[in-house]
Design a protein around this ligand. Structure first.
Ligand code: NAP
Length: 284
């Protein structure tokens, strides 16, 4: 539902999310509420775009002087050839989740890394510095957050992926300094890391559904650990009592969505994002 105060005029600019699929996205609710609260004359839509059509859609958006674009799976890397310039956040990650239209010039940014760091530190009280971080998954989401976690002083980052070669490729690309390690997403090896991880990030396409997630025993987490599932579709109720008893902090991906969206809003509008309005729109 759009905010009641929203009006569409002849000057209203289009902002959009490009991905496939997008129908699950909560970004339109969050961004339209933010635009209304900040009196931005814009409307934000989620557009399902196939990989083959991505280039022509980007050109069309340039042509109509689009207000700004968010990019989600599977296009965060595929969009790069259609962008004129990469900001340092996108250059470092080779991933774009935000496009700024600057007088017809398309500038790509990534707010995923800073969004995740803000979610962990500001919303969940996590300490990244010196910690052991286990990332499940080695797709665009993992790629987008690796440099920010490393820059925040993570002690070690272990990437576990079903296709081990993809985790190894991320380590080869980002692994300078030796803090990154790749392991296959197989039960005994991951369990060993689970027991000592301070932070576990689920960056696979599968939401955490139970304590036996992807054959991994999440109940083996150490006391006081933190689990953030980047997916935001579900929060498994059966885990709550187990985690409460062990003081494990659990959050789904809404808090990361909030802060990465706040970063996009600030880049497009050059205004402070109305965080509390965006938070409410997400039901946080
Ligand atoms: P992606 O590039 O398509 O990567 C998907 C990852 O999931 C890969 O590592 C893949 O492993 C793994 N995977 C898929 N099916 C699997 C299965 N059956 N068993 C084990 N692993 C499986 O997607 P992405 O862009 O990284 O996004 C991942 C998730 O993060 C999505 O749900 C997305 O919505 C979420 N996300 C949330 C936020 C937020 O703000 N909350 C931001 C970014 C992303 P293989 O390499 O072996 O295929």
């Amino acid at each position: 539902m759009m905010a009641e105060s929203m009006r569409v005029s002849g000057q209203t600019r289009l902002y959009c999310l490009l991905g496939d699929p997008v129908s699950h996205s909560k970004s339109p609710a969050m961004m339209n509420a933010a635009f209304a609260a900040a009196s931005i004359d814009g409307v934000y839509l989620a557009l399902r775009v196939s990989t083959g059509a991505l280039g022509s859609v980007m050109e069309a958006l340039r042509e109509i002087d689009c207000g700004g674009v968010n990019v989600t799976a599977p296009h965060k890397q595929a969009v790069i050839p259609f962008i004129d310039e990469l900001a340092p956040t996108a250059e470092k990650t080779r991933s774009v989740n935000t496009v700024v239209f600057d007088k017809g010039r398309l500038v790509g940014h990534s707010t995923d890394g800073d969004g995740l760091v803000a979610a962990l530190e500001q919303d969940l009280g996590a300490q990244i510095q010196g910690g052991t971080i286990l990332i499940l998954g080695a797709g665009g989401a993992a790629r987008g957050v690796l440099p920010a976690l490393a820059a925040r002083g993570a002690g070690s980052i272990v990437i576990a992926n079903r296709s081990a070669a993809k985790a190894e490729a991320l380590v080869a690309e980002f692994g300078a300094g030796g803090r990154l390690q790749a392991i296959p997403l197989s039960a005994p090896i991951v369990s060993d890391v689970i027991e000592r991880a301070d932070i576990v990030l689920n960056a696979t396409a599968l939401p955490i559904a139970s304590g036996e997630f992807l054959d991994i025993d999440l109940t083996a987490l150490k006391r006081g650990a933190l689990v953030l599932d980047m997916n935001y579709s579900t929060t498994p109720d059966e885990l709550r009592p187990i985690f409460a008893e062990r003081s494990v902090v659990y959050a789904n991906g809404l808090t990361m969505l909030l802060f990465q969206g706040a970063g996009s809003f600030a880049l497009w509008t050059k205004q402070d994002p109305p965080l509390s309005v965006m938070r409410t729109a997400l039901g946080l």
